[in-house]
Structure formats: structure tokens, C-alpha cells
Write a protein that binds this ligand. Structure first.
Ligand code: C5P
Length: 202
């Protein structure tokens, strides 16, 4: 097909979402934050729904819930994300999005490795755990959440550990991914690096 797919993977709060949104806006591509799928399943699990059932029956309303951004839902998301039937139930939706006419940016953990191994561009966006925790802490605090930096760092490290060490679709760069370490970069600098890589593949 003639669709153009950009896969953006990396750990929590490395800047994937910000970069993906800006890249999609720049090219007029669609953007799918695949973490939202796992967060929606995690939120349903917290309400007592079996994760596999939740994944198989996910609706657009589930993805539009306003309570998906918090750290409790993030932990629940990374727990349901180790279940292979949960991951399998979410594959078709993500691949269909990737094939949409006009181009697509998908961000997550396994887009370049499992969901879209044929993506024209694969970025692996990373940063030190301390930098990521500080960024997420500032976001959460700005949103009115009462939480300490130490709690956010523990949350980030627990999720990194679960995401990198699971059997199915672990978080890792695809062999042909370009690494962007945003630890010392501003948003503008990180975006410029991403766009330079993409331009070289178009
Ligand atoms: O990206 P975000 O932090 O919202 O993702 C929440 C959790 O969902 C991650 O910690 C990870 O366990 C899971 N996830 C995944 N595969 C993806 C996207 C997210 O396993 N493609």
C-alpha cells in the first residue's frame, strides 16, 4: 500500500507523545497513542472487568475516558499489557490505523518491533529515568495531582522493569530504529532530530 507509517517507541515520559503529536501535525498524519488502549483496559480491570474481555470489547468511549492519565491506571495498564490475549485483541485496530490513507504516527512500546515491523520510519525515544520522572512529576503536579517526585520515580522504574522484562513484545528498540535520547534536549531540539530522520526516509 502507499500509506506511510512512523513508529515511535520508548519508555514512559521520554517525550514520545509530544514528538508524535507534533510530527503528525507537521505532516497532516493521523496519530494513535497506543498506550491509551492499555490504559483503558487497565482502568476497566480496576473496575472488576476481566482484562481479556475488556480488550476484546473496547469502545471509542472507553478510550475517551478522562481518568486514563493517572499513575494508578498506568500501573494497571502495564499489568494487563503482559497478558498475551490482551495484546492480541488490540493488534488489528492498531494495524488498521497504521494503514489509514494519508499517513500515520503510532507511539507505544512495540510498534516498530511487533505492530508495524514494516514502518518506513522507526524512532526509539528515550531519556534517563530521573529526567523522565521529573517531567512526569511536573505534568501531574500541574494537573493538580498530589504526588512526590520519589513516588513518580518509583512508578516509572516499576513500569520500565515490567515493560522491558515481559515475555511478549518487550520494550526494546527495533534493529533498524533510530535512537533519540531526549535527556539533554528541549522539545524543539528533539522534534528537529525526529523530523530530520523522517525527512531522510521520505
Ligand atoms: O504509553 P503509556 O505510558 O500510556 O502506556 C501505558 C502502559 O501500556 C505501558 O507502561 C505499557 O505497559 C503498555 N503499553 C504496551 N504497548 C504499547 C503501549 C503501551 O505494552 N504499544
Amino acid at each position: 500500500s502507499n500509506s506511510f507509517t512512523i513508529a515511535v517507541d520508548g519508555p514512559a515520559a521520554a517525550g514520545k507523545g509530544t514528538i508524535s503529536k507534533a510530527v503528525a501535525a507537521h505532516y497532516g498524519f493521523g496519530h494513535l497513542d497506543t498506550g491509551l488502549l492499555y490504559r483503558a483496559v487497565g482502568a476497566k480491570m480496576m473496575e472488576g472487568v476481566a482484562p481479556v474481555t475488556a480488550a476484546q470489547t473496547l469502545t471509542p468511549e472507553d478510550l475517551a475516558r478522562e481518568d486514563l492519565r493517572g499513575p494508578e491506571v498506568a500501573q494497571a495498564a502495564s499489568k494487563v499489557a503482559v497478558i498475551s490475549e490482551v495484546r492480541a485483541a488490540l493488534v488489528d485496530f492498531q494495524r488498521a490505523f497504521a494503514r489509514r490513507a494519508g499517513g500515520a504516527v503510532l507511539d507505544g512500546r512495540d510498534i516498530g518491533t511487533v505492530i508495524c515491523p514494516y514502518a518506513q520510519v522507526k524512532l526509539f525515544v528515550t531519556a534517563s529515568a530521573e529526567v523522565r520522572a521529573r517531567r512526569r512529576f511536573l505534568e501531574l503536579t500541574a494537573a493538580g495531582k498530589v504526588i512526590t517526585l520519589a513516588e513518580v520515580l518509583a512508578d516509572v522504574k516499576a513500569r520500565d522493569d515490567r515493560d522491558m522484562n515481559r515475555a511478549e513484545a518487550p520494550l526494546k528498540p527495533a534493529d533498524d530504529a533510530v535512537l533519540i535520547d531526549t535527556s539533554e534536549l528541549s522539545i524543539e531540539e528533539a522534534l528537529a532530530k525526529a523530523l530530520a530522520v523522517i525527512e531522510s526516509r521520505m
